[in-house]
Design a protein. Structure first.
Length: 344
């Protein structure tokens, strides 16, 4: 209807993307799903589709947010109680930050904790606390939580997942599976690379010195930061998540979160960019587009680049997963498709 096949194929070729999967859903079902390019340039005959897995990076935070809000509803965590009440070993260089910091600050990236990206690390999730203890003790604060300044920090999300582990006695990946992935019916989505390897998976690609695309034969893993960006998923499963964000219930009719909890995730907590007037909720990116509001998240786990956004007024959701790092095209594809869908 919108000639999306041609437009997306053109983007793939012009931007030199090895492979990508793109899907559009309404409130009930997927209305468009296509794969472009190849899962691997070393197997040029195999194209990705809606079932091909990609590392989805920070789109993971949407499931992390649902999991944490479930624990808030159960009274095991509080959005506004100091983090230090849950983490007895917490020792920060800033005493003021230590007194002020709450789960709300961590989930909205207003804690003042620094940016963190350590893609390689331990393989066992059980080391999360010790790893965090060392990193937090050395962390320099640019702002204080009370300032309300947005500073994107994976370190903060990892600390939030540690709180969840503390109050439940369970690994965060298990909590996320039971509180988010299973209720959403996201059966192909996993933190476990060993499980992901049993599905069709789009290999990561990088630009070679000769200008050609090459498979990057190494997938980075750090079990201490699963909550920040450790999931593998596909457009089929992520459209289930998009429909949940649009409807407030799963395809099976389960609410998972109370309406007020989901609205708290959607509520603006901080501005992320005054230039484009984008904001952040609780593990939720909020962007303006043509007088509408887009809700979701982007993801970057080089060389993977991903995006999921929903537009609640029209009831559409868009997912784009790329196996080549073309971060600008995540938003470019989103705006192209929403531009067509929202055309007056």
């Amino acid at each position: 209807m919108f000639d999306w096949d041609l437009k997306l194929q053109t983007i793939l070729e012009q931007e030199k993307i090895a492979g990508m999967s793109v899907a559009v859903t309404d409130r009930e079902k997927i209305i468009y799903a296509r794969g472009f390019g190849v899962e691997s340039v070393e197997r040029p005959g195999v194209s990705p589709d809606e079932k091909s897995l990609y590392r989805i990076a920070s789109i993971t935070k949407l499931m992390t947010g649902i999991t944490l809000m479930r624990l808030v509803e159960e009274g095991k965590l509080s959005l506004d109680r100091p983090v230090k009440d849950y983490i007895p070993w917490l020792h920060l260089r800033s005493q003021e930050a230590q007194e002020q910091m709450t789960l709300r600050h961590l989930m909205s990236h207003t804690s003042g904790l620094p940016v963190e990206y350590t893609p390689n690390g331990p393989r066992e999730e059980s080391v999360l606390e010790q790893t965090l203890m060392d990193e937090l003790a050395a962390a320099e604060f640019a702002t204080l939580p009370a300032d309300g300044v947005h500073l994107y920090s994976n370190l903060g999300i990892r600390l939030a997942s540690c709180m969840a582990q503390r109050v439940t006695g369970r690994l965060f990946t298990e909590l996320c599976q039971d509180n988010a992935l299973t209720p959403l019916g996201m059966n192909s989505t996993t933190f476990d690379l060993r499980m992901a390897a049993t599905y069709p998976i789009c290999k990561p690609h990088v630009d070679g010195e000769d200008g050609s695309l090459q498979v990057y034969h190494y997938i980075k893993e750090n079990a201490a930061r699963m909550a920040a960006g450790g999931l593998y998923s596909n457009t089929e499963d992520l459209c289930k998540l998009a429909r949940y964000l649009l409807n407030g219930r799963t395809d099976a009719g389960e609410t998972i979160l109370r309406p007020e909890s989901l609205e708290e995730m959607f509520r603006i907590h901080a501005m992320t960019s005054p230039i484009v007037q984008s904001h952040y909720g609780l593990t939720m990116c909020i962007r303006p587009f043509k007088g509408r509001v887009l809700r979701g998240h982007t993801g970057s786990a080089p060389p993977y680049a991903t995006v999921l956004f929903t537009e609640p007024q029209s009831g559409y959701g868009i997912v784009a997963l790329l196996n080549t790092q073309r971060d600008k095209m995540r938003i470019g594809i989103t705006e192209l498709l929403f531009g067509d869908l929202l055309r007056d």
